[in-house]
Every structure is written in structure tokens, then in C-alpha cells.
Design a protein around this ligand. Sequence first.
Ligand SMILES: [Zn+2]
Length: 196
Amino acid sequence: MSILPIYLYGADVLRKKAKPVQKLDDSTIKLMYDLAETMHKANGIGLAATQVGDLRRMLVVDVGAIESGARDEDEGKPREYETESKVLVMINPELKLAEGTITMEEGCLSIPELRAEVDRPEAIQVKYRDVNFEESEITADGLVARVIQHEMDHLDGVMFVDHIGKTRRALLRSELKKIEKGEVDTSYPSISSVEV
Ligand SMILES: [Zn+2]
């Protein structure tokens, strides 16, 4: 298992569309473990393969941490409590159903120290392949639904700042520029676009 560096806003790979995983092989299994370990190292509650520069449609969500009260805004900060490890691995996720709309604040390990309110469906149903590459389905709401949607976006090269209005985004422009120029410190290994 390895802790992989997380690509930061501005890196080209974050804008690419990831490709479906065809089969479960050693490299797919290694990626699952690496994603989970990298997410834990960064105290994230979700991570998409795209964020570590791997364009395979795979994401992980730390459901255990969310259930024990981890919040999205604590990403990148050390957790003050122990969480039971319960990682949801989703391969080739596909949105089957989305209901309602809710506004929640989001952050992202690829966009350190920046948060914004984003509107998204409140409840979702997603089809995916699990750790054994078997077809599975999940119905989720609350923070779990939010994180899944945020990570699924990464697989299509979309980031949460793309969902906020132009005016609000203009206010964030200088902070985004700083991240692009690598003028940001993260507590976890990261790669800014100037280092790519
Ligand atoms: Zn993200």
C-alpha cells in the first residue's frame, strides 16, 4: 500500500474523464487500498482516483468516519477521535436516481482551505461494482450522498467550484489562482500544477 500525492486544482488530470474499470486485477486491488490509505492520511471523507492522477472510475468514501461524526470541513485536519474503518469502495458508479435539492457546504482535498455552498440532489441511488467487482446498489442521503456525488463528479473532470454561481466564483478566483501557483500548504502529500 502506498500513500499517493493528491493533485491540486489547476492540474490537467483533474479535468479529464476517467475510464471504466474492465476487470478486477492486482492493479485494481492495489488502487483500492492506496485510495483508502491516502484518504485516511489526509483525513478526508472521500477520494476519487482522478485526484491521485489515476484515470480509472473508482472512488472511496469513509462511511465509518461520517457515521462517527466526521465533517467535511475537517478534511485535511487531524481527527480528534478514533473512527471505525468502514470504507465504501465504488467502481464504475452510475447515478440511477436523484431526488430533491439541498444546499451544503463543500470542500475538497484538491482545493485546500476553500469551501463553498453547493446545491445538489438530496437523496440518490447509485449502481456500482463493489470490492469484489460484483454489481451493487446504494441508496443514500445526507453527507454520504453528498460525498458520493462530489467524488463521482471528479471521475468526469468536474470540481465543486464548477457548481457555484459566477459571482461567487469570481470572489474565489484569487484563492484558486494561489492553489494553481502552488502557494498553498497541505498536511498531506500533494502536487500542484506548477510541479506537474
Ligand atoms: Zn474533491
